[in-house]
Design a binder for this molecule. Structure first.
Ligand SMILES: *[C@@H]1O[C@H](CO)[C@@H](O)[C@H](O)[C@H]1NC(C)=O
Ligand SMILES: *[C@@H]1O[C@H](CO)[C@@H](O)[C@H](O)[C@H]1NC(C)=O
Length: 285
C-alpha cells in the first residue's frame, strides 16, 4: 500500500515537471495593451490570481529582444517603458513571459516558458496627447492673440523635462476652434506655432476659443489631441470702459433709489405686522 502511494506521488511529480518544462501549465499573459499619454508608455496585461512572475522584453523592426531591466520577474501586471523605447519613431513589440515563482532561478531556462506578444506600437505616432493650456488676449477690435503653452512630455533629457515641441518639433501644430459667443457656427484654423493671431473678428462681439494639439503627419485616428476647455474674450469690456462719468452717477443714483424703496417697504410692512399683533394680544380674552 505504502509503495503504491509512493509510485503515485512520483507519477504526480514527474507529470508536473514535464508539463512545466514544456510550458503547458503556465498561463500566458492575456489582454496585453498599450497605454500611452504624452509619451509616457506603459504596457499592461491581465493575470489570473496566481503565483506567477513576468518578464518583459521589447524589440523593434527585427532587432533582438531586450529585457526591460525594471520588469524582470515582476509580480504585478504592468511595465513602464517610457525611458526605453528609443528612437520614438519606431514600431515596437513587447513580449510578456510567464515564469514560475521560485526562489532559485539558477538553471531555469526562460526560453521554455510561454509568452504573449503585444500588437506593434509606435510612440511618435500613437501616444495620446492631452489638452493644452492657453490664453486669449484681445489685441484690438478685430484681432485676438491665442498663446498656447506646449505640454510637457513624460520624458526627460538629463534634468530637463522635454516638451511635446522638443519631441515632435515642426510636426506639432495646433488646431484652434472659435465661435461667436452664443452662436453655434464654429471656424477652425491650424497654427504652426504656439502663438497665433486670429483676425477679422466682428467688432464688439465676444468670441470663445478651444485648442487641441494637431499632428498632420500622423495617421488620421491619432492626429488630434484632446480639446482644451473653452476660453472666451472678456464680457462687454468695451461697454464698461465707454460709460461716461455722468452715466456712472446715473447708475449709482438708480441703485440707491431702489435700495431706499426696499428699506422703506420693509419698514412699513414690519410696523403694520407688529401693530396687528399688539392689538390682538391686548384684546380681552
Ligand atoms: C488613446 O485614447 C483612446 C481614447 O481614450 C483610447 O481608446 C486608446 O486606448 C488610447 N491609446 C493609448 C495608446 O493609450
Ligand atoms: C495665462 O495668463 C496667466 C495670467 O497672466 C498666466 O499665469 C498663465 O501662465 C498664462 N498661460 C498661458 C498659456 O499663457
Amino acid at each position: 500500500m505504502a509503495s503504491l502511494k509512493n509510485v503515485l506521488y512520483l507519477g504526480v511529480c514527474l507529470s508536473w515537471t514535464v508539463t512545466t518544462a514544456d510550458g503547458n501549465v503556465l498561463p500566458k499573459a492575456e489582454n496585453v495593451r498599450w497605454m500611452s499619454l504624452d509619451f509616457k508608455i506603459i504596457v499592461a496585461w491581465t493575470i489570473k490570481p496566481s503565483d506567477y512572475k513576468y518578464t518583459v522584453s521589447y524589440s523593434s523592426e527585427d532587432t533582438d529582444w531586450t529585457q526591460s531591466l525594471q520588469c524582470i520577474g515582476i509580480s504585478h501586471s504592468e511595465c513602464d517603458l517610457t525611458d526605453q523605447l528609443r528612437p520614438w519613431d519606431r514600431s515596437y513589440i513587447v513580449k510578456i513571459q510567464t515564469e514560475p515563482d521560485v526562489d532559485d532561478y539558477n538553471g531555469l531556462d526562460l526560453g521554455e516558458f510561454p509568452y504573449t506578444e503585444s500588437t506593434p506600437f509606435n510612440p511618435y505616432r500613437e501616444t495620446n496627447i492631452s489638452a493644452a493650456n492657453f490664453n486669449v488676449t484681445v489685441v484690438d477690435e478685430s484681432r485676438v492673440l491665442v498663446t498656447i503653452t506646449d505640454l510637457l512630455s513624460a520624458s526627460r533629457d538629463g534634468k530637463k523635462q522635454l516638451t511635446l515641441r522638443d519631441i515632435l518639433k515642426n510636426d506639432l501644430k495646433y488646431k484652434i476652434s472659435y465661435h461667436r459667443f452664443g452662436n453655434t457656427g464654429k471656424r477652425d484654423i491650424i497654427s504652426d506655432s504656439s502663438t497665433a493671431e486670429v483676425s477679422k473678428l466682428d467688432a464688439g462681439q465676444r468670441y470663445c476659443f478651444m485648442v487641441a494639439a494637431f499632428i498632420p503627419s500622423r495617421p488620421k485616428s491619432t492626429q488630434q489631441g484632446a480639446w482644451s476647455n473653452q476660453q472666451c474674450t472678456p464680457e462687454g469690456s468695451s461697454v464698461v470702459q465707454e460709460l461716461t462719468l455722468g452715466a456712472w452717477v446715473g447708475v449709482v443714483f438708480i441703485l440707491l433709489t431702489v435700495f431706499g424703496i426696499i428699506i422703506t417697504v420693509t419698514f412699513l410692512c414690519c410696523r403694520r405686522y407688529r401693530q396687528k399683533n399688539t392689538s390682538q394680544s391686548s384684546a380681552p380674552v
